[in-house]
Design a protein around this ligand. Structure first.
Ligand code: NOJ
Length: 552
């Protein structure tokens, strides 16, 4: 099958189903709710949807613990509702990709239930090990969600590996039968008409032979023994060769710790590449050290370095996936922007990534400038990762960290209106509604031409209609500035310049050499007026401007 590379023109919207929209009145988001909002997503300018898991699941990790890969959870409306959504999206010219979570399954998955009883062919579907001499754990790896990565199973009389929660058992991808199962799952959804997959922590699926102890602990948790493991290329190529290559589909891989250099081993632009795009984490660490829960002051220079390094390194070689929010990170306005200047900074953040080269993703509620939930106690949190992270610290310190870093901030119901429960549901929602919904909601923003939502619409529309945004090269200016992020997208026909002032205090912007703004047209900005003075302008709090010059 010839690839059309449709994803290069796409703008994605990510739906985290539980909190998107309740359509059947039980307090939980579902596919009926999605059906109601397909026009909204299309009107935002999005041309594709990524669904976080919709499969049946006990919900320990909100669906990332799958108990049946070939069905849609009844909680979300089941297969019938999914087919309607798929059809409805396609009718509106939108593609749909599914989350494919195959590093691990729920321990309630039939494979696991049979594997623990040593029923063939499932006996070796998981990574089972005897204790080491003296009853010690098989190795010293830690789980990503706190505690050790091994769980004892009484039924089988062995330990099994779980890189995430104990209820998420890692599959043994070295077993060819497991890989056949994965290929069956891929085929099932692609044959139904889905347009690709976002593959959950897929770079973790090949563990180093012998599962050696990690000598670098405590910081690394064993990760260097399974991230980009020895047979990863082989397995990804096998998936492409046997299944994915037969469809015009997108393969988007989540890849913690990936660097641009490493990414290019997988995403070179060719029809038989292993992956099309990777979800990197580097640009999500401008206010933390490797992981969100180890906080650092926000550094614009760090963010710019990371943006530019991905833009420059992939130029002409691979395709970037662009994002600032998803269900694993708190709200970006509360991290890289300013809650005080919410509207301004939400718009600036849109500009700082939507005009880069690559395929942008917008996470539900981001387009409204939603902010973190004002949690007060540990009971306000529900996320398995949050509650198991940094547990040795005092409650006060944990609360401080979680208030900035918890994934729960991204998981509160989308604020559709100023009505009860933010118009998300008629019933009591499964999770807190952010009390800010009376001020921040889609209904009001739809009517307000100056809203964050309408700004996103304009930005998306511009991005789609200006060719230099898709294909032009990238150049950064003023890399040492701790207040301005300035980048240019250019080719022989045009130059597009984005100027973002990352600060609540005003400051003078002096156009760098080579850019004469009087030759440009202002096409987007987050203040009503945008006066220019000679060689620059006086930038206001969180001001951003996008300028375009056509050379023809
Ligand atoms: C990455 C997913 O995005 C996250 O939500 C999940 O908890 C882990 N993988 C485990 O599946």
């Amino acid at each position: 099958m010839d690839k059309t590379y449709w994803y290069k023109d796409a703008v994605f919207y990510q739906i985290w189903p539980r909190s998107f929209k309740d359509g059947d009145g039980d307090g939980m988001g579902d596919l009926y709710g999605v059906l109601e909002k397909l026009d909204y997503i299309r009107d935002l300018g999005c041309t594709a949807i990524w669904f976080s898991p919709l499969y049946p699941s006990p919900g320990v990790d909100c669906g990332y613990d799958v108990s049946d890969y070939m069905d849609i959870s009844g909680e979300f409306g089941g297969m019938e509702a999914f087919r309607k959504v798929l059809e409805g999206a396609h009718e509106r010219g939108m593609k749909v990709i599914m989350d494919l979570v195959v590093n691990h399954t729920s321990t309630e998955h039939e494979w696991f239930l049979k594997s623990r009883q040593r029923i063939d062919p499932y006996t070796d579907y998981y990574i089972w090990r005897d204790p080491k001499a003296g009853g010690r754990l098989p190795n010293n790896w830690d789980s990503m969600f706190g505690g050790k990565a091994w769980q004892w199973d009484d039924v089988r009389g062995q330990y099994y590996l779980h890189l995430f929660a104990p209820e998420q058992a890692d599959l043994n991808m070295d077993n060819p039968l497991v890989r056949e199962e994965i290929k069956k799952i891929m085929t099932f959804w692609l044959d139904m008409g889905v347009d690709g997959f976002r593959e959950d922590v897929i770079t973790f699926i090949s563990k180093r032979e012998g599962l050696p102890d990690d000598k670098l602990l405590p910081a690394s948790k064993g990760i260097f023994h399974y991230s980009h493991g020895p047979r990863l290329h082989e397995y990804l190529s096998e998936f492409r060769r046997d299944v994915l290559g037969k469809y015009d589909c997108l393969v988007l891989a989540e890849a913690p710790l990936v660097t641009p250099k490493k990414a290019l081993e997988y995403i070179t632009e060719s029809d038989d590449n292993e992956l099309d795009m990777m979800i990197q984490f580097e640009t999500m660490c401008a206010d933390c050290l490797f992981v969100d829960y180890v906080r650092m002051p926000f550094s614009l220079r760090k963010l710019k370095r990371r943006f530019s390094s991905w833009q420059k390194s992939l130029e002409g070689k691979g395709w970037n996936m662009l994002y600032l929010e998803n269900h694993d990170h708190s709200r970006v306005v509360s991290r890289y922007g300013s809650e005080e200047f919410r509207g301004e900074s939400a718009k600036l953040l849109a500009c700082c990534y939507l005009f880069q080269k690559g395929t942008p993703f917008i996470f539900q509620g981001q387009e409204l400038g939603m902010i973190n939930y004002p949690a007060r106690t540990l009971e306000d949190y529900q996320d398995v990762q949050t509650l198991n992270t940094r547990t040795s610290l005092s409650v006060q310190r944990r609360l401080r960290i979680y208030s900035k870093a918890s994934r729960d901030h991204a998981r509160t119901p989308v604020q559709w209106s100023g009505k009860k429960h933010a118009g998300f549901s008629e019933a009591e929602p499964w999770f807190h509604v952010n009390p800010g919904y009376t001020e921040i909601n889609a209904e009001d923003q739809q009517k307000d031409p100056q809203s964050v939502l309408n700004f996103y619409r304009k930005a998306v529309e511009l991005r789609k209609s200006i060719p230099v945004v898709k294909n032009g090269s990238y150049r950064e200016y003023m890399p040492l500035s701790g207040r301005f992020y300035v980048y240019e997208r250019y080719d022989t026909d045009a130059s597009l310049v984005v100027i973002c002032r990352f600060s609540s205090s005003p400051g003078r912007f002096r156009a760098p050499k080579g850019i004469d703004l009087s030759e440009y047209e202002l096409i987007l900005s987050n203040y009503d007026d945008a006066p220019l003075t000679k060689r620059g302008f006086d930038a206001r709090s969180w001001e951003c401007r996008v300028y375009l010059k056509n050379n023809k």
